[in-house]
Write a protein that binds this ligand. Sequence first.
Ligand SMILES: *Cc1c(COP(=O)(O)O)cnc(C)c1O
Length: 396
Amino acid sequence: MRCIYADNAATTRMSDAAVKAMLPFLQDNFGNASSLYSIGQRAQEALSSAREAIAAQIGAEPNEIYFTSCGSEADNQAILSAAAAGARKGKKHIISTAFEHHAVLHTLKKLEKEGFEIELLPVGEKGNVTAEQVKNAIREDTCLVTAMYANNEIGSVLPIAEIGKVCREKGVTFHTDAVQAAGHLPIDVKTQNIDMLSMSAHKFHGPKGIGALYVKRGVFLQPLIEGGAQERGKRAGTENVGAAVAMATALKEACDHMQENAEKVSALRDKLIAGLEKIPHGALNGDRFSRLPGNVSFCFEGVEGESLLLLLDDKGISASSGSACTSGSLDPSHVLLAIGRPHEVAHGSLRLTLCEENTEEDVDYMLKVIPEIIGYLRGMSPLWKDKVSGKKPFVI
Ligand SMILES: *Cc1c(COP(=O)(O)O)cnc(C)c1O
């Protein structure tokens, strides 16, 4: 049986170069980067080089990069810091979007309970949010705009440079969750006017358990974790040197091959989309053009997403329905609801996220298997029978 991994938005396989870069720091160079003896200093030097390499890929300075344990931590720290800075000036209005990752949305929920006013901009039916919307929402008391660079479920890409420009003009701090963008789309924090940016290594073939937060010099940052003076006092905890080095290696590799990977992966994506569009009563989620190179997201009427995933797994295909974080819960994806999919249809979602390791044969195999499984599931669905016989209307 074929084995196809098509869930690269959930996590990726580590690249050979990243594994190779990480290994020496687990045994030979295991020193604590804060120790003064040689093996500690060697670790410190490796950490500095990793910081420089990551900064260089996004147009930042090395001392503007803070290592974290993951993308979620970076999002939490950025948002809570901007909120604390705002509160001190009596500014407690925060603007975000309705389809952010839960690392952002749940942090905002917490702030709302503490008296902040959270305004979530509505998302268009193609998954778009405009700089104009942001501009119109900014008020005197706005302390933060946080908008994702690219959406993890439907792949839509936001006009980050335009949003950054609006925020800079109005003097409002701008954070972007770029976890899906880093290594996949070009990032330049200076020309895009980004004040804070989150990324996570395991989304670009680096290791799990490490992320980074870029914070522009002069922008307020407070620690989430108290303790030692690591990361210039902003993130205590003994540095994960091997993971930082592997993250830098993976990011450089991804950025060096960004153009060719994007061309290859988007060609596979477009073939997959074209094939899946032939299935009746299904619809592509998000915009056809403004989307991540590897993202394919559909809703199929008369199908239960979870059942679809299990049957795909039986055929060797790893896919996702909505985000991994919500699987196991019966709530439909907030992202699909945000783009206006009715509950019933949102339950029948399928996300396939490809990377440069996928092949045309993978796509052909998926295009053979997926329509068969959908046909099978619909054949067993009483709701589908009612629709076919005209007792109930089709939604898409
Ligand atoms: C995966 C993801 C996160 C969380 O990153 P972790 O490193 O898994 O904590 C945050 N935002 C987006 C858009 C993501 O895709």
